[in-house]
Design a protein around this ligand. Structure first.
Ligand code: ASP
Length: 344
């Protein structure tokens, strides 16, 4: 029996066309573009399309639209074997991270994809990305369960864990990667799944959706010359509940007493500060240099080898579940769905 796949079109370049008046790319009705893809008839899967009422450029993605995607998946969960989410590349890694926490114990594939060139253009990467994503969402293992029951990104031959992914190129077709985690599958002449890396849910438990996301989460980057007044202003922002602090190297920071005091005060107020490195690859190890060690003493917790996108989405999710800083600190320091590897 062929698989049933729901294609959720949110917008992004893949479905865009050129506005004749301004010359800029704008989201179009995707059903129109799908009619130009006769290849879809050849895929051994039945594909239905659910389109956002108003497709967006993913720069306009938001926690309430994440909740809308969750609603669409929940409403159709029993009717489909897998879901493909067509999404702009700019914020795809944030959405993939958020969905991985919002769909707890996911038992079906949710594959996000998009493209760098619109699907209607001659050299588009959208066709291959879309067709392979549908194939992956439809793939079943020998036991009849889906081959990839997790939130992932498929792009340019690589299937990546969604909450480990980062957009790495604004122009090249090879737009995504996971620097701290291997690919879940590689698509060449055939698709090679790395089954030992793929998350396995508990099929005896239902998938549990979570839609509350707290937006009192902010990201800030350390840099040489950072001023005390600016850091203090930031840490005293109203409604600030959690911070992703982008540090140097293995989680290092300037050893300024004012910085440590400001972070300690934030932590004492219940603001959870998570240490994520500015490096693309490698983990935070706060015990390695004295700057990191001082941060730890000031109440900053390690983000291990997680990405900024994922730490931000995870903090929003955890704060949506509870306002207890102890719960958030504890949960940030263990993997919920493969988003970090604990070390050092
Ligand atoms: N600006 C577009 C978006 O994120 C870029 C893309 O889809 O590649 O929606």
């Amino acid at each position: 029996m062929s698989s049933h796949i729901l294609l959720i079109y949110t917008g992004g370049t893949i479905g865009m066309g050129v506005n004749a008046a301004t010359g800029v790319l704008e989201p179009l009705d995707f059903a129109l573009l799908l009619s130009h893809m006769p290849e879809l008839q050849d895929i051994p899967a039945h594909v239905d399309v659910h389109q956002f009422d108003k497709p967006i450029d993913s720069s306009d993605m938001s926690p309430s639209l994440w909740a809308h995607i969750v609603d669409i998946i929940v409403d159709h969960y029993d009717d489909y074997d897998g879901f493909v989410v067509l999404h702009g590349t700019d914020t795809m890694a944030f959405t993939a991270s958020a969905l991985s926490f919002m769909l707890e114990n996911l038992t079906k594939p949710v594959v996000l994809t998009g493209s760098q060139l619109p699907i209607g253009q001659l050299r588009t990467d959208g066709r291959e990305n879309l067709i392979t994503s549908i194939e992956i969402a439809a793939a079943k293992g020998a036991d009849g369960h889906p081959r990839v029951p997790e939130v992932c990104i498929y792009f340019s031959g690589k299937l990546l864990r969604g909450n480990r992914s980062t957009k790495v190129n604004s122009e090249g077709f090879n737009a995504f990667d996971t620097f701290n985690f291997p690919h879940l599958a590689d698509a060449g002449v055939k698709i090679t799944f790395h089954d030992e890396l793929i998350l396995q849910p508990d099929y005896n438990r239902p998938m549990t959706p979570h839609k509350e996301m707290d937006t009192g989460v902010a990201v800030f980057t350390l840099y040489p010359g950072i001023e005390e007044t600016m850091v203090r202003y930031f840490l005293n922002a109203p409604n600030l509940h959690a911070v992703v602090m982008r540090t140097y190297g293995s989680g290092n920071a300037p050893q300024q007493p004012w910085l440590m005091a400001a972070l300690q005060e934030a932590s004492d107020k219940g603001i959870v500060v998570v240490n994520i490195t500015q490096c693309a690859a490698g983990p935070v190890e706060m015990a390695r240099y004295s700057g990191g060690f001082l941060l730890k003493n000031a109440g900053v917790i390690s983000g291990f080898d997680g990405t900024v996108e994922c730490a931000t989405a995870k903090l929003m999710h955890l704060r949506g579940l509870s306002s207890d800083p102890a719960f958030i600190r504890r949960s940030m320091q263990r993997p919920l769905c493969g988003e970090i590897s604990i070390s050092g």
